[in-house]
Design a protein around this ligand. Structure first.
Ligand code: SF4
Ligand code: SF4
Length: 434
């Protein structure tokens, strides 16, 4: 029994809970505490639960399950914490310990295995997914499904997300994405572009635009074919071993090219890549390689600013814009100024910061699918702040946030007057790149 408890303590990274002094400074920044009002759904409460399990005061690990599942993983609590509690590590460790001991039903186990081990890590499978979405649209099935009301009957409120799904690119267009593209004008950097799994399947147009903007700004861009999913969805779902395997595959793939930066355009993926060093810190063979990779990993806004901004933001705008930050980009990568600088460099853009700009929109990976009601409560709060800015454009830097803000706009019946766009789409539109 003693050995089992010691093992569990280690698995839960119990030592890290000791940094929490119970001050509660993190409570007002925690969206789940603010909307649910329960101590067990606050950072402090969750840390206490982990502590009690580690000390053997709670023996049934399932007690942890709901509070941990209801956490967005936004890590806003880390930024408010005066003692530097590593909440993100504690959350991932707790989720991994829960998953390890949980008996999933056969269909759920099969689905998890298929998605985490076969679909997300496979570029072919993600391409097929993107092509299937394109066919669904082009064949008229989507239109018919809407007309018949079938989409409203989809489980997990998937119909709501289906309604704001981005337009897919055709298989022919998809094939045109170059593996290499030369800098326009004077070359400033050589960069490798990180495509991501969902970004590549569902938001391939934004990836294409990202590559073109990097070239416009002065980068030689290479797209490495052996890259895979960043592993963020795995790490957030307790599948740590698979997350580590994917991290190693990416590190090895990107080491094959001598580049200045590995560039991504998705806050969630970027945070994961940024943390490979931390993820593999105790792996002797990979620790140094992982931290070298993380140092090179940059959000596209950082690289565009390092290049001196974009030369061709020529189309004059006259509109109010607000920026919905990606939690992972803000709280993990600490990239906050560069997207704002890029937006401010566009003439005629009136950038209005929303109240509680750092608060999560409730998207959080697949949180909005598995915890729909809680997510919508958080989104409704976010939409109050968004509407108060009077902006006609909401800019985001992460695909999940983008869909969530589109959904918020639909829920508020604002689709005639407000658009949600990825920063890259907005910059490309302004620069006349379609
Ligand atoms: S990660 Fe976000 S939701 Fe989770 S405890 Fe911290 S602030 Fe709250
Ligand atoms: S702010 Fe930090 S130390 Fe204070 S309760 Fe929250 S996690 Fe604990």
């Amino acid at each position: 029994m003693k050995q089992t408890l010691e093992q569990l303590k280690e698995e839960l990274q119990y030592e890290k809970t000791n940094a929490c002094v119970q001050c509660g400074y993190c409570l007002p920044v925690c969206p789940t505490y603010m909307t649910m009002g329960k101590e067990t759904h606050s950072p402090r409460g969750r840390i206490n639960l982990i502590k009690m399990v580690g000390e053997g005061k709670i023996t049934d690990l399932s007690v942890l399950e709901e509070p941990m599942n209801m956490c967005l993983g936004c890590r806003a609590c880390e930024t408010a914490c005066p003692t530097g509690v590593q909440y993100g590590s504690l959350l991932e460790a707790a989720r991994a310990a829960i998953v390890k001991r949980k008996t999933f039903s056969v269909p759920v186990r099969l689905l998890r295995n298929a998605m985490f081990k076969k679909v997300f890590p496979s570029r072919q499978a993600m391409t097929l997914t993107g092509n299937a979405v394109w066919l669904y649209e082009k064949s008229g099935v989507r239109k018919a499904a809407h007309k018949s009301g079938m989409t409203n009957k989809l489980p997990y409120h998937l119909g709501a997300f289906e309604a704001v799904m981005p337009q897919a690119v055709s298989p022919k267009e998809r094939k045109k994405t170059p593996d290499r593209i030369k800098a326009k004008g004077e070359k400033k950097y050589t960069v490798a572009f990180f495509t991501g799994c969902i970004m590549d399947a569902m938001f391939q147009r934004i990836n294409r635009l990202s590559i073109e903007l990097l070239a416009e700004a002065g980068c030689d861009v290479v797209v490495i074919q052996k890259q895979t999913c960043c592993g963020a969805l795995h790490a957030h779902s307790g599948e740590m071993e698979e997350a580590k395997r994917l991290a190693k595959q990416n590190i090895a793939a990107f080491e094959e090219e001598n580049v200045d930066f590995v560039v991504n355009n998705a806050g969630g993926c970027g945070a994961m890549l940024y943390e490979y060093g931390h993820l593999l810190a105790s792996d002797q063979e990979w620790a140094a390689r992982a931290s070298a990779f993380s140092e090179k990993s940059k959000d596209i806004s950082e690289v565009l600013i390092s290049c001196g901004g974009l030369p061709n933001l020529r189309s004059k705008r006259k509109e109010r814009v607000t920026y919905q930050r990606s939690c992972h980009m803000t709280n993990v990568q600490k990239v906050t100024k560069q997207p704002v600088e890029l937006l401010k460099s566009i003439s005629g853009v009136q950038l209005i910061e929303m109240e509680r700009a750092d608060m999560c929109c409730g998207s959080a990976g697949i949180y909005n699918i598995v915890n729909y009601d809680a997510s919508m409560e958080i989104l409704d709060e976010k939409m109050k702040d968004t509407k108060a800015t009077g902006a006609s454009v909401v800019v985001t830097t992460n695909p999940g946030c983008l869909l969530q803000m589109k959904l918020g706009i639909e829920r508020e019946n604002l689709s005639q007057s407000v658009r949600a766009l990825h920063l890259i789409e907005y910059l490309a539109e302004t620069a006349g790149i379609s």
